[in-house]
Design a binder for this molecule. Structure first.
Ligand code: SAH
Length: 232
């Protein structure tokens, strides 16, 4: 393998479509079951892929992208905000990620921690700083806020205010989604630096099922913008 190669991963089509449409000299590859689009974004060699929803899909795609030559990984997607004073459209850059649906408490582990694994997986500092700067530049234009903190992942679409509040209190998370911590675990195990950017499509409460599709496209566009800034 020669040189650095950034992988950009999203879960669903809308989260990857904008970046893919901007790809210069695109070539479609296969990595296992995964369709991977290779090309240049702002002159930077990248691999783009859509992993599908959920932790297993996130972990599989991360592993396959690593095998396809990725040396670092940026995950971009939408999430439900669980911290107070957040608004739909705000951006969250992960400091670290935890799996809120993991429960080995009967064996004395804290909620979210698997045997032999850390409680959370930290994102790469340099990538995250750069992502924050890019997010700040884009957010300032339409008065969105950029938050930096822990992201919680699990195989659940959270659409309940009490559950959202519990994820915030129990895990100290700012938002909830379904892939990030699995990508983080796989990337860490494979020795691949990673960062995670999420735009809030909803606030993980009773309105989430309506808000998520309504704000998906706008959030995805904003994130593609942040990625352009990140690569510049
Ligand atoms: N469109 C899909 C479902 C997407 S699930 C379908 O119809 O089957 C929601 C996606 O957005 C996941 O990839 C997850 O990472 C993120 N997400 C957004 N809001 C969320 C929430 N409130 N809880 C969990 N995941 C959320």
């Amino acid at each position: 393998m020669i040189g650095a190669m950034l992988a950009i991963l999203g879960a669903i089509e809308t989260e990857v479509a904008d970046n893919r449409s901007l790809l210069e000299d695109p070539v479609e590859l296969r990595a296992g079951h995964l369709a991977v689009h290779q090309g240049r974004l702002h002159g930077v060699e990248v691999l783009l892929a859509r992993c599908g929803v959920g932790k297993v899909n996130g972990a599989m795609a991360t592993t396959l992208l690593r095998s396809a030559g990725a040396t670092s990984l940026l995950f971009t997607g939408v999430a439900g905000g669980v911290a107070p004073a957040q608004r739909v459209g705000d951006l969250v850059v992960a400091t670290d990620l935890v799996q809120h649906d993991v429960d080995v408490t009967a064996l004395g582990r804290p909620p979210g921690q698997l045997l032999g694994e850390p409680r959370s997986w930290p994102a790469d500092r340099a990538m995250s700083e750069r992502l924050l700067a890019a997010a700040d530049a884009c957010a300032a234009r339409d008065r969105r806020q950029v938050h930096e903190g822990r992201i919680a992942s699990g195989d659940q679409f959270v659409a309940s205010a009490p559950r959202a509040a519990a994820i915030h209190t129990d895990f100290g998370a700012l938002c909830v989604e379904m892939e990030g911590a699995a990508v983080a675990q796989a990337a860490t195990t494979l020795g691949m630096p990673f960062a995670v950017l999420r735009a809030l499509s909803d606030t993980a409460d009773h309105g989430a099922a309506q808000d998520f599709p309504a704000f998906l496209v706008g959030s995805a566009r904003l994130m593609a913008d942040v990625v352009q800034h990140y690569l510049r």
